[in-house]
Design a protein around this ligand. Structure first.
Ligand code: FAD
Length: 333
């Protein structure tokens, strides 16, 4: 990923799309069709495949990564969490990723189980397997991947423009609280940052400025990719902002509140809102290619409209074309 970003012209833009593994065979078949359409018409620089905390989706995540990387020829970033995962499961995931030709890992902690469950798990595992203790924070996974695989993988890590919303430590939810730990992740070998979703563009801009000017110098040139979630419905927006503790600026809720029961109108307004956010972020003073990461929720339309409207559609060579019959819509060469 960082090699692809480095090869882009200074003033260009790029974007990535995130997908989660469907639960059923039919879901996989539907997503295959959708992904291959999106790959050819939108041409993301790369795609992300999520990982269920504790390895709950490991088989399906790897199957989806196989589809995106090997079958569709898309540069794939596989998410991998480490808390509550045995070393064996982490080793297997990394080996399988390598076997699929995947070169990019988003190294995450994952959400730990609630504290009472966590303690009882630790007690149960005490005698047979103490590997969970090896991976407490995401930085432990970054260090492990670098130790075991050298520079083979390009490693991304998560960053939180509005602070990390750790249920067990709500008092820590402030961007500055995370900073020393984010520096640690970069110094351990992370190559790029990908952020939590946000709707408060000013909060993001302040955050990026804070990082770029940080005294450690760790963030001067590293790609920082803002995370954006297209608005699919008012209910989903409310739920996701609550879960991620993202501020919904009153200007946006004032626009959406009057139409909240009309999903189509909310989606249209959402495309306007996200497009405005992208256009504002494009004006950031940081020099270098500007990236945008979209949490798609496996849906196509909203993100396609935003990417088209904001002229983010990538170059043809972003995709190793597998099926020559697929029409390339909206090509900009
Ligand atoms: P860390 O970097 O370890 O940080 C977690 C918290 O601990 C932060 O508050 C940090 O400040 C603090 N901390 C870090 N190190 C220390 C230390 N040494 N001492 C004390 N405190 C410390 N989850 C999934 O399960 N699957 C996914 O696919 C997934 N994808 C994601 C993609 C993105 C872009 C983002 C932003 C998040 C994603 N998550 C995913 C959620 C993520 O796993 C959770 O937010 C998790 O709670 C934190 O992960 P992290 O990698 O940021 O952890």
């Amino acid at each position: 990923i960082v090699d692809k970003i480095a090869a882009l012209p200074e003033d260009s833009t790029y974007f990535s799309l995130e997908f989660f593994p469907p639960k059923t065979q039919q879901g996989f078949a539907n997503l295959h069709a959708r992904l291959s359409r999106m790959a050819h018409s939108l041409r993301p620089l790369f795609v992300n495949v999520t990982w269920g905390a504790g390895g709950s989706t490991s088989t399906k995540s790897l199957a989806l990564a196989d589809m995106t990387q090997r079958q569709l020829g898309l540069t794939t970033c596989l998410h991998l969490t480490c808390t509550n995962m045995s070393r064996k499961l982490i080793d297997e995931a990394l080996e399988q990723a390598k076997a699929l030709g995947i070169r990019n890992i988003l190294a995450l902690r994952g959400d730990p189980p609630r504290s009472d469950e966590y303690r009882s798990n630790e007690l149960e595992n005490e005698e047979e397997d103490d590997s969970n203790k090896e991976f407490t924070w995401a930085v432990d996974l970054v260090r492990y991947i670098r130790k075991e695989y050298g520079q083979y993988f390009c490693i991304g890590v998560a960053a939180y423009p509005e602070g990390h919303s750790d249920q067990s430590h709500p008092e820590h939810q402030h961007a500055t609280y995370d900073l020393p730990f984010l520096v640690e992740k970069v110094e351990a070998g992370a190559d790029f940052l990908m952020t939590q979703l946000f709707y408060d563009v000013h909060a993001y801009q302040d955050y990026e400025k804070l990082l770029r000017q940080h005294e450690s110098g760790a963030f001067k040139t590293i790609p920082i990719i803002p995370g954006l979630m297209p608005i699919q419905s008012y209910q989903i927006l409310k739920r996701t902002t609550k879960l991620s503790h993202a501020n919904l600026p009153s200007e946006l809720s004032n626009r959406l509140e009057p139409i909240k029961n009309d999903d189509e109108a909310v989606k249209r307004a959402g495309v306007d809102i996200l497009s405005e956010m992208v256009e504002t972020l494009k004006k950031n003073s940081y020099s270098g290619p500007k990236g945008f990461h979209f949490y798609t929720l496996n849906l196509e339309k909203a993100v396609a409209h935003i990417v088209e409207r904001c002229k983010l559609i990538g170059a043809v060579n972003n995709v190793a074309v597998e099926d020559d019959d697929t029409p390339v819509a909206n090509g900009n060469g």
